[in-house]
Design a protein around this ligand. Structure first.
Ligand SMILES: [Zn+2]
Length: 119
């Protein structure tokens, strides 16, 4: 093999290696993308499962003792959220109607939206 053929051969091998490497990278990227996609589907299913369980619990369906901890924790978080939203309403000088959720002036005696007596 003369010098030129040898160089040509090396260039060809290098190019083939680069193409193979690039295909590997592309394949790895595709796989990572698929992994991310399936992981987010799993997360979404877990979320739906939790929401279904909690809505069953709220509807009075008997829930396994193990899951009650999570449901009661969720009750506590919802209560905390309601308190925080009340505090936000107070900083805005409004109070929310317990019946319809409409924001009313702090001094309002009746809801401007539904007429409910305000506390
Ligand atoms: Zn109202």
């Amino acid at each position: 093999m003369d010098w030129f053929e040898s160089v040509k051969g090396n260039v060809k091998k290098t190019t083939e290696k680069a193409v193979a490497k690039s295909n590997e990278l592309l394949e790895a990227t595709k796989l990572r993308f698929s992994v991310n996609e399936v992981e987010s589907q799993i997360d979404e299913l877990a979320k739906q499962l939790g929401e279904k369980l909690y809505s069953d619990y709220k509807a009075g369906v008997e829930v396994n003792e193990e899951y009650l901890i999570y449901c009661r924790d969720m009750d506590n978080k919802n209560a905390a959220l309601a308190l925080l939203n009340d505090q936000i309403a107070k900083t805005k000088n409004v109070k929310k109607c317990a019946k319809c959720g409409k924001e009313n002036a702090l001094e309002a005696n009746y809801c401007i939206s539904c007429g409910e007596k305000m506390e």
